[in-house]
Design a binder for this molecule. Structure first.
Ligand code: ATP
Ligand code: LTN
Length: 334
């Protein structure tokens, strides 16, 4: 079923750097299972990327396996797509080095994630944090994908990947396919429940709903969600109502309804009804994922089988691209 030469290809990854949250799910992850019939899909756990920030080794191992279980629990059937751990496929690091030499200091300096993360980790602004987008470009280009499904915040990284691919192709001919970012319309930027002007992020846990969180904790976070102080208190999207607009977005994404339908459903009702309704919709969306993740985590042998087979299938494709690149730049064949 894979690598049949006709199907379009898709690749994406998430860092096992913390607990998966509602933004990760409603933004990119929810859409991945919808694509596995149409595309040849490669989904990986971006563990190499996580060490740009200091990690506890035992925790990292645990979270990597938990994220794999969550991928599967969200509907990524390992029989229908390739699931693997980034560090298990050395071609990622190997192509990363080559692409480092085709990426400019100036363009990396403009990356907003680098600016943000170096401000947050002022005592550890390491070279990996700086060259992170180049490794990400290697992750992508190895699989010659048509599309890269990510959240809005990763768009700039897919764009630099396209620039690097075009630069390389400009010198050596058509080595890489130049992929498009694929960003969902609903849910691409879920905002924090406690500070709706910043994106939901694990670094602000009070405004962040985690996939494995208990239903009562999720309900509590939604009931406390920051809304707006307009006297009408009506459920309608508006730029001056970021809190309510975000809740409408979450409810629409969780239930599959349009924004207009959500507004109509709660017309004439205040926030007191709306906030718990959003909480319940989220709890019900996440419940089967949480239960299936727990079941899968009890079967380590199965998960090991999945990532071993995934690494083999990914490496087969990745090494083919790497060999082509090595040949083009003039490395002596082994
Ligand atoms: P942090 O919480 O530290 O900001 P993160 O949650 O963004 O990190 P990543 O591994 O960088 O973690 O993100 C995984 C995927 O989830 C990416 O495709 C990213 O675009 C998407 N994503 C992250 N946060 C959100 C959000 N609030 N809304 C929608 N998509 C998001
Ligand atoms: N940078 C991404 C994770 C990531 C990725 C990738 C996503 C690493 N390599 C390749 C898509 C394709 C992030 O922080 N969310």
């Amino acid at each position: 079923m894979m690598e049949n030469g006709n199907k379009k290809v898709m690749v994406s990854g998430i860092q096992p750097s913390g607990e998966l949250h509602l933004g990760n799910y409603l933004g990119p992850l929810r859409h991945w299972p919808e694509m596995i019939d149409e595309f040849d899909c490669y989904f990986f756990l971006a563990d190499l990327h996580t060490i740009t920030v200091r990690q506890n080794p035992a925790e990292l191992r645990k979270r990597t396996l938990a994220l794999l279980a969550q991928y599967i629990a969200c509907g990524l059937d390992p029989e229908k797509c390739v699931l693997f751990v980034q560090s298990h496929v050395p071609a990622h690091s190997q192509l990363g080095w080559v692409l480092d030499c085709y990426t400019m200091f100036g363009e990396l300096s403009r990356m907003t994630q680098f600016k943000d993360k170096s401000a947050k980790n002022a005592d550890n602004i390491n070279a990996g944090l700086f060259t992170y987008p180049v490794l990400m470009a290697a992750d992508i280009l190895l699989y010659q994908p048509d599309a890269v499904p990510v959240g809005e915040d990763q768009k700039q990284h897919v764009e630099i990947c396209r620039d690097i691919a075009n630069r390389f192709n400009g010198v050596y001919g058509d080595v890489f396919k130049v992929p498009e970012p694929y960003i969902a319309k609903v849910g691409a930027r879920i905002m924090s429940l406690s500070a709706p002007d910043s994106k939901m992020s694990k670094s602000q846990p009070e405004g962040c709903v985690f996939l494995m969180e208990k239903p009562e904790d999720i309900m509590r976070k939604f009931k406390r969600a920051v809304t707006d102080s307009d006297t009408e208190r009506c459920v309608r999207r508006a730029p001056e109502k970021p809190g309510v607009s975000n809740l409408i977005q979450i409810y629409a994404a969780a239930t599959g309804k349009s924004y207009e339908d959500v507004e109509a459903e709660f017309e004439g009702q205040g926030y007191g009804k709306f906030k718990p309704a959003v909480g319940e919709a989220v709890v019900e969306t996440l419940r089967p994922i949480r239960e299936e993740t727990e079941r899968l985590l009890a079967d380590k042998a199965y998960l090991e089988g999945v990532y071993r087979a995934g690494a083999e299938r990914a490496a087969y494709v990745a090494e083919k691209t790497l060999r082509k690149v090595y040949k083009k730049v003039g490395f002596l064949p082994r």
